[in-house]
Design a protein around this ligand. Structure first.
Ligand SMILES: *Cc1c(COP(=O)(O)O)cnc(C)c1O
Length: 386
């Protein structure tokens, strides 16, 4: 059966983004592609091979189930779990060479046991507390586990030392982020004085990597930017001011399309759809599109959203329903059943971007993207077909 909408992933856009970002960071910085949240809604199993073809060799996920999906999609890349892995899954991670953050003693002990059992070192990244106050060893906890790290070095491969910033996308958090960068350096020196030398130092997400170059160290964990979105308007402005021109260097990888299901006429004075939120003030022509809030098209876009049909930007009218939405196509007499409808993306030079869309729907880029349901088919548009 055909799905009612399709998500397309444009590999050429991804190449533009990777070239720009990796060019900026330079060859000394390992690029880790963050694919948590089903690759920000793009789909892990489609996104990972597409990025691998463009040379990406390191992927970061939140949890063990995502790591499994990334591993299955990948040919020869490192996979790193930044968040949750159950102790019972540690043996699996160790045997597969999947690395993971460690921020508490119990997981460290679990990793050691798993490494001994599997006969392979556990690849661990020590996460330290620098001020986000979410996860991360504090000083006394670290002092307690240090002897284990040293004694068991054969079983515990210290792949990295890491932390995460408390909102690098907003200058409101500037002082807090700068303090975190300083505390991280203190951690590094302190560990070094105990002869503990992690292979990689990594702290930067997209916003930090752009706004605080010193946070790049020797690895960055880049999510939102590689998909062609900015972590915040502030980060965008900060960055393009430095570039000296006002062109957005990034391209959106995703587009989301459906087709017109039906077209009909409505008489002046009639209400359209459920309730009374929209009344036809003229004789009008409407099109229904089989996409609704159950497909990730937010209800808050009722009477607000815009879509593209036949190269025209047209208004969503009335309430967004569970499975469909209604568009005012009065100004475009040619609209027919089966016409392409762009919900996100481009058509004949016009664009519906997720950022305008998500401002309207009062959601962050991140949230809108990751809420795109898994069962919408993802279709990769490879570079070679362009
Ligand atoms: C999500 C996440 C990132 C990437 O964040 P972006 O803002 O999308 O670049 C980096 N590090 C950690 C720990 C994360 O959870």
């Amino acid at each position: 059966m055909l799905a009612t909408s399709v998500i397309e992933l444009h590999q050429s856009a991804l190449k533009t983004n990777l070239d720009y970002l990796q060019g900026l960071f330079g060859p000394g910085v390992q690029y880790s592609s963050v694919v948590k949240g089903n690759a920000y809604g793009h789909g892990i199993s489609e996104f990972v091979p597409m990025a691998e073809e463009l040379g990406v060799r390191h992927f970061s996920v939140f949890s063990a189930d995502e790591a499994l999906e990334a591993l299955q999609a990948s040919q020869n890349s490192e996979i790193m779990i930044m968040g949750h892995i159950d102790n019972a899954e540690l043996e699996w991670a160790v045997s597969q060479g999947v690395s993971f953050f460690v921020f508490e003693r119990d997981r460290l002990e679990g990793a050691l046991a798993a490494a001994k059992k599997v006969g392979k070192p556990a690849k661990i990244h020590l996460e330290v507390e620098t001020g986000l106050n979410r996860t991360g060893f504090n000083q006394s906890e670290m002092e307690q586990v240090c002897p284990m790290l040293i004694r068991q070095a054969d079983h515990l491969a210290l792949e990295g030392l890491c932390t995460h910033y408390a909102g690098a996308e907003s200058v409101a958090n500037h002082v807090r982020v700068i303090k975190q960068i300083e505390r991280f350096e203190t951690w590094r020196q302190w560990l070094s004085s105990k002869n503990i030398q992690p292979r990689k130092l990594h702290t930067a997400c997209s916003a930090a990597a752009m706004s605080y170059p010193q946070s790049r160290m020797n690895m960055v964990r880049i999510g939102i930017l590689q998909y062609g979105f900015w972590p915040s308007r502030e980060t965008f402005i900060h960055c393009i001011r430095k570039n000296g021109d006002w062109q957005d260097p990034l391209k959106r990888v995703i587009s989301w399309k459906s087709r017109v299901m039906d077209v009909k006429e409505v008489h002046t004075g009639e209400f359209v759809g459920y309730g009374t939120t929209f009344m036809a003030s003229d004789h009008m022509k409407i099109a229904t599109v089989p996409v609704g809030y159950s497909h990730g098209y937010s209800r808050s876009l009722s009477n607000q959203g815009r879509v593209l049909i036949r190269g025209k930007r047209l208004a969503v009218i009335g309430m967004v329903n569970m499975n469909l939405l209604i568009v005012d196509v009065s100004e475009c007499a040619a609209v027919r059943k089966g016409d392409e409808v762009v919900l996100i993306g481009e058509q004949e030079g016009h664009q519906i971007s997720v950022s305008s869309f998500s401002e309207l729907s009062d959601q962050l880029n991140y949230e809108l993207l990751t809420r795109l349901p898994r069962n919408i088919p993802r279709k990769v548009i490879p570079m070679s077909s362009l």
